[in-house]
Design a protein. Structure first.
Lengths: 153, 748
């Protein structure tokens, strides 16, 4: 029989829980704030990792294997979820060509108007004019076949 | 018919027209132009049954054997159909109240609780039998006439359905033996009258007239309702007849023989006068007396057969019936009696004056009806047996000749294409001889020319008024102050007696005025009323023959609306005219000579009360009164002839002499305008306020409540932005809220 893990101290528990909470909070804020679908997914994974850390911490504290087992479950589920989620992201991208969550506003109420991006103040600034050098070297050949290749999936 | 008991026959009289009405309602569209068949069959059968009942009751009463006939025993038969209301232990009559008649077994059980029962009971007595026969027979004649008159009307089935319903309601009214049942059918005839006046409801004047008739009648019905309440408070029952309580004691009805046989059975004084005045108000409403007469002239907007039946012969006589039936109640209150006479005679005079300047033939007849009903009330108010029987006699003869006159006017209107303004046609006796002849017969009866029927009945009315005005003129010594107000013997009345009930109630039921001679019931009053009636007789003759001359004499003029209609009416309309002309001519002479009606009516329980029979006088024909009446009629006819006979029949001639009075009477004494300003305008203003309140406050509230979910929805709708992360944020906030609540609960 494997020996039980030594019951951890309270201070260790608190610190580990804090780390887990920070990870969870960061993931939560990321989901709510970021517009890039991949990054949103990333943040979701971050939340899951935060939970995993908390579970391990509790399991260590109580000195039994239950939390660890649950973490293995969580990791498995996260993997499956990743597969499904990325399929959705790819589909969303192939429809609209953009990874922006705000692109899918058509399901809003008919009376509401579209949320549009306001230009950031610094983008009003005049872009710097860089000096332009004269062309040098040989012009690369234009490959017609290559021109037909789509850039995105 | 012999195998059927009188009770069954009595129930059949209203039931058959009701069945006719129901059948017409159900099958009217199907029957089309034959829709009159169920109604006429019902009314004809009812007429046959009513005449049978009349003959049977007459046999029971026995015949008059001259002036010294044996005293007539009252004849009545009660049949109870079902108990409409029956509340046990409804109230406890106080000791000594009229609800507990002293001398009967009830008074000893003064503390016992009485039940409130309203039986739907019908009665058969001479008064009811007479009126049932009149209603059904004249109803039948007018219904036959209507087959021709309403021939092309799209509402043909509806007319006969309502007509038949009216005959049913009126029959039940005169046959009912309970004040509440009378009230129900009082309203029912008012409703049928509304439906018939407003028959052509798409015409605004007709709709307005129907509404006016119903509302004015409603004022009278209010009087009847108050009277009913007071009657129940005073007498503890609403039945006319005596009933048996479950424990075998007799519960005396208001007009039952037990109560009438007792000298103190009827309550007088303030309470009694209040009851009688409320009954008078009801009668004024229904019988179009001052001040509630305003609906009858406008009611001429309805079809002429409806006017003939309802506003000449039957419905307007409901008021007369009510007062006649309540004769014992009125006899205990001489001031109320005199008020009846005063109202009647005044109405007769005013209506006669207004009729002299009317140019519309039907309006003349309408005011004539009001005037003749005034005569009947004047006669009822004299409080003598002769007065009561003369009023019913006049009712009978008036029913005949007034229905005849209205049907004749309808015949004229039918031929003239709907024109009834007398100035626009003339000399119609050449193209409508039957109508002209029968109309002349009816006019002679109305004017009171001997030997037509109106002469005799009007003569009897003048005789009773004369006898009250000059009590010793013809040697009669009947008490001008009958036992009614000599001294009211018992402290009667209601009231939860604390203190000294006798003295306190006595002050209610014995007014100090009644202790002495009555204020209104004096010979001087009746002298004035007599002269007013005599003048009215002259006026009656004048305006009647003015109408006859303007319509039927002179050069023949036909308005262009007549088209090809300007000929005599078809037999289905002319035959009823002839049928009605016969009794108009001879009924009066026959009834007067044989005294059959007077003798027959004395067997009515209401008229066999001692207070009434004490005023009986032997039958005599007073030549001086006959001469005065005939002279008045002759003067009227002569003046009418001077003004309107022959070549002068085309316009108002005599009225020029009246000057400003002519406009006054032509505008109906401005009574309508007075009511419009005093009553109608304020009510319209009130209605406007109510309408505005309804539209803005109540509808505003309701609409506001309806707008609330929409507003809420509008607020919540703004959450659905389509932005994915906002939705996630909402979820997170929810979770946070739950966590906080849990943490708060688990703190400490």
């Amino acid at each position: 029989m494997m020996p039980l893990l030594a019951a951890g101290s309270t201070a260790l528990l608190h610190n580990a829980l804090l780390v887990g909470a920070i990870l969870f909070a960061l993931g939560l804020v990321g989901i709510l704030t970021r517009r890039n679908l991949i990054v949103m997914f990333l943040s979701a994974e971050l939340m899951l990792q935060g939970i995993s850390v908390s579970l391990v911490a509790w399991s260590r504290y109580h000195g039994d294997w239950g939390g660890h087992v649950l973490v293995i479950f969580v990791l498995t589920v996260a993997a499956c979820e990743a597969a499904v989620a990325l399929v959705f992201v790819l589909q969303a991208f192939s429809r609209t060509g953009r990874l922006d969550a705000a692109a899918w506003q058509a399901l809003r109420e008919a009376t509401l108007s579209r949320s549009v991006d306001h230009a950031l103040p610094e983008s009003d600034a005049v872009p710097p004019r860089w000096p332009r050098l004269a062309r040098a070297g040989v012009l690369p050949s234009a490959d017609e076949d290559a021109a037909l290749e789509r850039e995105h999936v | 018919m012999q195998s059927l008991s009188p009770a069954t026959l009595l129930v059949l009289v209203p039931l058959l027209p009701l069945a006719g009405a129901v059948l017409t309602l159900l099958l009217g569209r199907l029957l089309g132009s034959r829709a009159h068949l169920p109604a006429i069959a019902g009314i004809a059968a009812a007429a046959a049954v009513a005449v049978t009942l009349l003959l049977g009751t007459s046999n029971q009463v026995g015949s008059a054997h001259g002036p010294h006939a044996e005293p007539v025993r009252p004849v009545e038969m009660i049949t109870t159909l079902w108990q409409w209301a029956s509340v046990q232990d409804a109230y406890v009559p106080p000791e000594g109240s009229a609800a507990a008649l002293p001398g009967t077994a009830v008074s000893s059980a003064g503390g016992a609780a009485r039940a409130f029962t309203i039986p739907v009971a019908l009665r058969l007595d001479p008064l009811t039998a007479t009126l049932l026969a009149i209603i059904t027979c004249i109803g039948l004649v007018v219904a036959v006439y209507s087959v021709g008159y309403m021939h092309h009307d799209p509402g043909y089935p509806r007319f006969f359905a309502v007509f038949s319903l009216f005959v049913f309601s009126m029959s039940m009214l005169v046959a009912a033996s309970n004040f509440l049942v009378v009230y129900v059918f009082w309203e029912a005839v008012g409703a049928c009258s509304y439906l018939l006046i407003g028959f052509w409801f798409t015409k605004p004047e007709a709709a307005r007239a129907a509404k006016k008739a119903f509302l004015v009648n409603r004022v009278g019905d209010f009087g009847l309702a108050i009277a009913t309440f007071l009657l129940w408070m005073t007498y503890g029952t609403l039945d006319f007849h005596d009933t048996l309580s479950p424990d075998g004691t007799i519960l005396p009805g208001i007009l039952g023989q037990t109560r009438l046989a007792d000298a103190g059975g009827i309550v007088g004084g303030a309470v009694g006068t209040a009851i009688c005045l409320c009954l008078l108000l009801a009668a004024c409403g229904k019988s179009a007396q001052l001040p509630l007469h305003v609906w009858l002239p406008d009611a001429m907007e309805g079809p002429t057969p409806a006017s003939a039946l309802i506003h000449a012969a039957t419905m307007v006589t409901a008021g007369i019936y009510l007062v006649a039936r309540s004769a014992p109640l009125f006899m205990a209150c001489p001031d109320a009696l005199a008020a009846v006479s005063i109202v009647g005679a005044t109405t007769a005079l005013v209506a006669g004056l207004i009729a002299t300047v009317q140019n519309d033939l039907k309006r003349v007849l309408a005011y004539s009806t009001i005037s003749q009903l005034g005569y009947m009330f004047a006669s009822l108010g004299t409080g003598t047996l002769l007065g009561f029987t003369a009023a019913i006699f006049h009712l009978v003869t008036h029913a005949f000749f007034k229905a005849l006159l209205f049907l004749g006017a309808g015949s004229v209107m039918h031929s003239m294409g709907g024109v009834i303004d007398m100035r626009r046609f003339g000399g119609l006796r050449r193209i409508m001889p039957i109508t002209a002849a029968t109309f002349l017969v009816g006019s002679l009866a109305l004017a009171g020319v001997a030997p037509f029927s109106g002469f005799f009945s009007k003569d009897e009315i003048l005789a009773t008024l004369h006898a009250k005005g000059w009590p010793n003129a013809h040697g009669e010594h009947h008490d001008a102050a009958p036992a009614s107000h000599a001294s009211l013997p018992l402290p009667l009345g209601e009231g939860r007696g604390e203190g000294a009930p006798a003295t306190r109630l006595a002050s209610l039921t014995r007014s100090p005025v009644a202790a002495s001679a009555a204020v209104l019931d004096t010979p001087e009053t009746f002298r004035v009323l007599f002269w007013m009636s005599l003048v009215t007789a002259g006026l009656t003759a004048f305006y009647t023959f003015r109408a006859v001359f303007m319509t039927f004499t002179g050069p023949t003029r036909v308005p262009e609306e007549a088209g090809h209609h300007a000929h005599e009416s078809p037999p289905v309309m002319a035959l009823p005219l002839i049928i009605l002309a016969v009794p108009s001519a001879i009924a009066g002479w026959w009834l007067f000579n044989s005294q059959w009606l007077a003798h027959f009516l004395t067997a009515t329980p209401s008229f066999s009360a001692p207070a009434v029979t004490a005023t009986a006088v032997p039958h005599a024909f007073h030549m001086d009164l006959a001469i005065q009446g005939t002279l008045a009629a002759a003067i009227g006819i002569v003046i009418a002839a001077i003004g309107h006979l022959g070549r002068r029949s085309d316009g108002p001639q005599m009225e020029r002499f009246l000057g400003p009075l002519q406009t006054f009477f032509a505008n109906r004494c401005y009574i309508d305008q007075l009511y419009a300003g005093l009553i109608v305008r304020p009510l319209e203003g009130l209605a406007l306020v109510a309408a505005l309140f309804d539209r803005f406050v109540i509808d505003g509230l309701v609409n506001g409540v309806a707008r609330l979910p929409a507003a809420l929805g509008g607020v919540v709708r703004r959450l659905q932005t389509g932005l994915l992360q906002r939705y996630a944020l909402a979820g997170v906030m929810g979770v946070l809220a739950i966590v906080f609540v849990l943490a708060w609960r688990l703190r400490g």
